[in-house]
Design a protein around this ligand. Structure first.
Ligand code: PHE
Length: 347
């Protein structure tokens, strides 16, 4: 009898500890194990029930209800513990979400940076801004008028053949073949004097190889005021190249060049900034061709609504892509737009 009483006491204490343990650990599996161990068919409570058979009728009357009570209460307690664990688990999940820190820093993460194009353009823009230029952006889809006619290249002019043009399905519309159309846009929209630089994407129907692509970048620059001469162009080119290649002195050389929108037209070369005696960049000549330019043709000024008797201007247009490749020693133009990580990581 005493024995049975003691067993009941131990058993209910044991259950209490086990329930508390599984609540503390938020562990439903542990709770279920405890339930089976206690209330299951071969469980400890069942074993106690079996012991009743050995008791006298009097004792049965006393212990029967006690054990039944124990069973009911235990079921109730287990259910409560289960509810408690489920509630705790839900709370932990919400807390975890709330504490999610999107700015958390993870070590050894890869860091991104600006594309070499962007870095280079920023550098160029800063040089021209320091010389008082304004940076403009222009449309990549142009009309025949802005890309050709207004630039003194009328329809049927053979110079149109210099530009392998992507014509669009809409009549007279094309992808600009150079950044020069921005000369006309600026003349039409700005008050004189104007000093403008336009870096931007240009398009030509080229067969793609290591040095040609169907899209590349150019940078246009022009200055229109009274009494502008070629010397202004040469001085500007020299200052720009000296700053870009970080040398104190840099010789330039002028050759005649032809573009219908400049008169006279020139090709500007610079002393190779990479060698003294000739290297692969200057093809052993110590001179590197850098950009064409010239004085803006009177017809072009007229197209832009400017009186060529009163004003003059110079313009130049360099292959920004070519200059980026020269600067960083990139030997395949296709890498620039490839988005390849291995390539980009180097800059
Ligand atoms: N727009 C010319 C080209 O794409 C370059 C150029 C610009 C030449 C300005 C002279 C003056 O080839």
């Amino acid at each position: 009898m005493q024995d049975l009483k003691a067993k009941i006491k131990t058993l209910s204490e044991e259950l209490k500890t086990k329930l508390q343990e599984s609540i503390n650990k938020n562990n439903l599996k542990q709770l279920e194990d405890a339930r089976i161990q206690f209330l299951g068919k071969k469980g400890s409570l069942q074993k106690l029930m079996a012991e009743i058979k050995t008791l006298t009728t009097e004792e049965k009357k006393e212990f029967g209800p006690i054990l039944n009570n124990l069973k009911n209460q235990s079921e109730e307690k287990i259910k409560k513990a289960k509810d408690q664990i489920i509630k705790n688990q839900a709370e932990t999940a919400t807390l975890k979400k709330q504490n999610f820190d999107v700015t958390a820093y993870k070590t050894n993460q890869k860091k991104g940076h600006l594309h070499p194009y962007s870095q280079f353009i920023e550098e160029i823009e800063n040089i021209f801004i320091s010389m008082g230029y304004e940076i403009l952006d222009g449309p990549e889809v142009e009309t025949d008028f802005y890309n050709f006619t207004a630039l003194n290249i009328p329809e049927d002019h053979p110079a149109r053949d210099m530009y392998d043009t992507f014509w669009l399905n809409k009549k007279n519309y094309l992808l600009r073949t150079h950044t020069s159309p921005m000369q006309i846009h600026a003349m039409k929209s700005k008050d004189l004097p104007i000093a403008v630089v336009v870096p931007g994407r240009t398009f030509r129907h080229e067969a793609v190889d290591a040095s040609h692509d169907t899209q590349f970048m150019q940078c246009e620059g022009f200055f229109i005021a009274e009494n502008v001469t070629l010397s202004h162009l040469f001085a500007t080119a020299k200052t720009f190249l000296k700053t870009l290649f970080k040398t104190k002195d840099l010789d330039i050389r002028i050759r005649p060049g032809f573009f219908p929108f400049v008169e006279p037209g020139v090709e500007i070369d610079m002393r190779c900034p990479f060698c003294k005696k000739g290297c692969s960049v200057c093809k052993k000549s110590t001179w590197v061709e850098v950009f064409p330019g010239g004085l803006i043709h009177p017809n072009v000024l007229r197209s832009g609504g400017i009186d060529p008797e009163k004003y003059s201007g110079f313009a130049f247009g360099f292959g920004l892509t070519r200059l980026v490749m020269l600067r960083y020693g990139i030997n395949d133009i296709r890498l620039l737009n490839s988005g390849k990580e291995k390539f980009l990581e180097q800059f």
